[in-house]
Design a protein around this ligand. Structure first.
Ligand code: HEC
Length: 163
């Protein structure tokens, strides 16, 4: 445990001077600060270096959002409804972070294959959810139904929204 803290501390202290320099030299200071902060979050060292699970607060908010906005179709166990709503357990779908964020922001339609079965329905957009809510619900889904510890941050959702 102590060793993990040490790693975390080392990561934080080694990141700080870099982001400060970047901000000082760039013409647009604010933008540079923003993007270096984002890089820190996105780098594996800032997020999942010791194979840690998502923070409890993320999982708690994620479950709340899931129960309110996803459960009706994908069911409480994430197994969906055969022929109608696909399960959220296919590791290939869960691995594609960009696609997951896009599905929640834009919805999904057309023929897809999940766990070897074909679905051709329509998922509505959920772009009314906040960045933090989307990041949390996707982290919850990945972790709970797919045993995938690599969690998603609100910054990654906002970056996708701006594109
Ligand atoms: C009204 C029903 C409905 C709701 C609510 C809904 N979905 Fe979906 N979802 C679908 C359908 C239908 C598809 C498949 C669309 C297709 O056939 O192209 C899908 C596909 C997906 C997929 C990609 C395929 C897979 O199974 O991995 C993900 C991921 C997903 N939904 C996540 C979510 C999340 C997270 C929420 C809540 C924020 C949510 N969905 C809410 C109906 C829904």
């Amino acid at each position: 445990m102590n060793f993990c803290y040490f790693l975390l501390l080392a990561a934080i202290t080694s990141c700080q001077p870099v982001s400060k320099d970047a901000a000082d030299t760039a013409g647009n200071k604010a933008a540079a600060e923003d993007s270096s902060r984002l890089q820190e979050h996105l780098s594996p060292a800032g997020k999942d270096s010791a194979g840690k699970s998502p923070p409890d607060s993320t999982l708690i908010l994620g479950k709340k959002i899931y129960d309110s906005y996803c459960l009706a179709c994908h069911q409480s166990d994430g197994n969906g409804v055969p022929g109608m709503y696909p399960p959220l357990t296919d590791t290939a779908w869960l691995a594609d972070e960009e696609k997951l964020i896009e599905i929640v922001l834009e919805g999904l339609s057309g023929s897809i294959t999940v766990n070897g079965k074909t679905y051709n329905q329509m998922m509505p957009t959920h772009n009314f959810l906040k960045d933090k809510e989307i990041a949390s619900v996707l982290s919850y889904v990945r972790y709970t139904f797919g045993d995938n510890k690599d969690y998603i941050l609100p910054e990654e959702v906002s970056a996708r929204r701006e594109n």
